[in-house]
Design a protein around this ligand. Structure first.
Ligand code: SF4
Length: 259
């Protein structure tokens, strides 16, 4: 038996080819014939191509990302209240106050009541609307609207008591405005009820009287606003309570608390 190149030369001699074959298929034919005649060993079958094996996929582990939980509205309000407690932008108010009066209620409230400024009781207790006027507001919320005080949020245009309960000065309202805006930005209410002319005029930057603003649904940055009299005014003028009740019913209809 012939092997390798010798086989190949022998085949060439047998086939009468003295030169390299021009066509490979001629040689293959002769090799097959020689193998069949037992002159040469049959060409081993070419090794089967290894089955295609794809490169193992390199699994890259995802980067470890530390996810910081979002700060809750409650926590953000606490941080803002701590900032307010340090505020001395209105030197006269800061010097006279017992403490700042930030706000109270549900950090995710649909409805925010905005009053004017803390009074003597609020200044002592650090909470808005806690005196007689506060009790009347509580009655409006609980008995009138069938809500709880904890369901809504209550704050003021100013966070410090003006001496003698005078009206806030324009510069004081302007100085405290960022705190009000930040509060509303955190709570994102759908409705605001302005209690009294100071609240309504400052929030809406309007010079209209409360008598002209009440009885309508106004708009502040896509928040529906209803204005009514301040509870302290209602204590002095009980006849105006029916107007406030009409305003509260208007608000309740907007909130779908009333048909
Ligand atoms: S009223 Fe507002 S701006 Fe003025 S000192 Fe108090 S917290 Fe600061």
């Amino acid at each position: 038996m012939y092997q390798g190149v010798s086989d190949y030369l022998a085949i060439m001699q047998l086939s009468g080819l003295s030169e390299l074959p021009r066509a490979e298929r001629v040689v293959k034919k002769k090799i097959t014939a020689a193998a069949a005649a037992g002159i040469i060993a049959a060409e081993p079958e070419p090794a089967a191509e290894p089955a295609f094996v794809s490169d193992p996929v390199s699994v890259i582990p995802p980067p470890s990302v530390s996810v910081t939980p979002p700060v809750s509205a409650d926590k953000r309000l606490q941080l803002l209240a701590a900032e307010v407690a340090q505020c001395r932008k209105c030197s006269e108010l800061a010097a006279a106050r017992c403490q700042t009066v930030f706000g109270t209620g549900n950090p995710a409230a649909e409805l925010v009541f905005i009053g004017e400024a803390p009074g003597a009781d609020e200044d002592k207790q650090g909470e808005p609307f806690v005196g007689r006027a506060g009790q009347l507001l509580t009655d409006i919320i609980v008995k009138g609207m069938n809500l709880r005080r904890e369901d809504v949020y209550i704050c003021n245009i100013l966070r410090c008591r003006p001496p003698g309960n005078r009206n806030p000065l324009p510069e004081e309202a302007a100085a405290c405005r960022p705190f009000l805006d930040a509060t509303l930005d955190i709570i994102k209410p759908k409705f605001i009820c302005c209690l009294g002319a100071v609240a309504a005029q400052n929030l809406l930057q309007s010079e209209q009287t409360i008598g002209r603003m009440r009885g309508n649904v106004l708009n502040y940055q896509d928040i529906k606003v209803v204005c009514t009299y301040h509870p302290a005014y209602l204590l002095r003028n009980p006849a105006a309570k029916k107007d406030t009740w009409n305003d509260i019913q208007l608000l309740m209809r907007e909130m779908r608390l009333l048909d």
